[in-house]
Write a protein that binds this ligand. Structure first.
Ligand code: ACM
Length: 268
C-alpha cells in the first residue's frame, strides 16, 4: 500500500486558494498513491478568532470541501484523508474524513481538543474506527490526540496497520513521541502537519511542519522540514504491522497485564 503526505502552509480563511494549491500539488505529484493524507483543518486554517468565525468557515461532512476532495480521489483513483471544520446543525467539531470514489469511508471527530479549540469545537463523540485501503487497515486520530496514548492504543487494538494523523502541530515533541506510539503498537504512523505562522486575535501560533512516516520498528522512513511545501511517498507493508510478536518470548498485546493497570489517577 502506498501512502503520500502533503505538507503546506494554508492561508487562514482563503479556502478557495488553499484548495487550488492542494489540487495542483496532488494532481501534479505523480505519486501513484493508494492514500493521500492532508493536514488537520487543511482548507480553512487553524487559528480562529472566535466561534462565529469558526462557524462561518465550517461545513457539513459532505460539504464543498468534501465535494472537491472527492473529485481529486476520483481523478487519482485513490483515497484521501483530511481534516476539516465540521458543522452539524449548531455544533462544531474538529473533524477528519477519508474519502474515495465511493464516497465517505471514515468520519472522525477529534477526541482531545487542544487549548483554544475548546472555545470553538465540541469534543468528538464518534467511536474510533479502522477501515481497509488497498489491503492496509487504517485508523485516524487528529493532532493533539497524540498526547493521549490511549488513542493510538485503541486504534492498535482495532487492528490498524497505519495510523493516519492529520495535524497542525505547535508543540515540538510530537514527531519524536510518535516513534513511541508506533513502537508501542507496532504500527505505521503518518503524521501530516502544516507549517507557517497564524497571528490572529492576539494569538500567534507557529506550526512546526516536520511531517513524517514512522515504521512499526520506530524508524523515521521519510520526513519533511520545518518550513517547506512538499510531499513524501512511502510504501507500507501491512504484514510488518501485524507481527505483534516482539521476540520469541514476548507478544506486544498478549503480554499486557490489564489486571494490574489503573484506569486513571487514584486520587482524582
Ligand atoms: C493541535 O492539536 N492542533 C495542536
Amino acid at each position: 500500500m502506498r501512502v503520500a503526505l502533503y505538507q503546506y502552509a494554508p492561508r487562514f480563511g482563503e479556502v478557495a486558494r488553499n484548495l487550488d494549491q492542494v489540487e495542483a500539488a496532488l494532481l501534479g505529484a505523480g505519486a501513484d498513491a493508494d492514500l493521500w493524507i492532508l493536514p488537520e483543518l487543511f482548507s480553512t486554517g487553524y487559528n480562529f478568532a472566535d466561534r462565529d468565525e469558526a462557524r462561518s468557515l465550517a461545513e457539513e461532512v459532505e460539504g464543498e470541501t468534501w465535494d472537491r476532495v472527492r473529485k481529486w480521489a476520483q481523478r487519482l483513483d485513490c483515497a484521501i484523508a483530511y481534516g476539516f471544520a465540521e458543522r452539524d446543525r449548531d455544533v462544531l467539531y474538529n473533524s477528519g474524513a477519508i474519502v474515495d470514489r465511493s464516497g465517505t469511508r471514515l468520519h472522525y471527530r477529534k477526541l482531545h481538543l487542544f487549548d483554544r479549540e475548546r472555545l470553538f469545537f465540541e469534543a468528538g463523540n464518534r467511536k474510533l474506527e479502522v477501515i481497509e485501503i488497498a489491503g492496509a487497515r487504517c485508523g485516524m486520530m487528529i493532532c493533539f490526540d497524540w498526547r493521549f496514548p490511549e488513542t493510538a492504543r485503541s486504534l492498535g487494538f482495532l487492528g490498524a496497520d497505519l495510523i493516519v494523523h492529520p495535524s497542525n502541530l505547535v508543540l515540538p515533541w510530537c514527531p519524536d513521541a510518535m516513534i513511541t506510539r508506533a513502537l508501542e503498537n507496532n504500527v505505521y504512523v503518518a503524521t501530516v502537519d502544516r507549517w507557517g505562522i497564524e497571528d490572529r486575535a492576539g494569538q500567534k501560533l507557529r506550526f512546526i511542519g516536520r511531517s513524517q512516516v514512522i515504521s512499526p520498528a520506530g524508524a523515521r522512513l521519510a520526513a519533511l522540514g520545518e518550513a517547506e511545501d512538499g510531499w513524501i511517498v512511502v510504501d507500507i507493508d501491512p504484514a510488518v504491522a501485524r507481527q505483534k510478536q516482539v521476540n520469541s518470548n514476548n507478544h506486544l498485546y498478549r503480554d499486557r497485564r490489564p489486571d494490574f493497570y489503573v484506569d486513571g489517577p487514584v486520587d482524582g
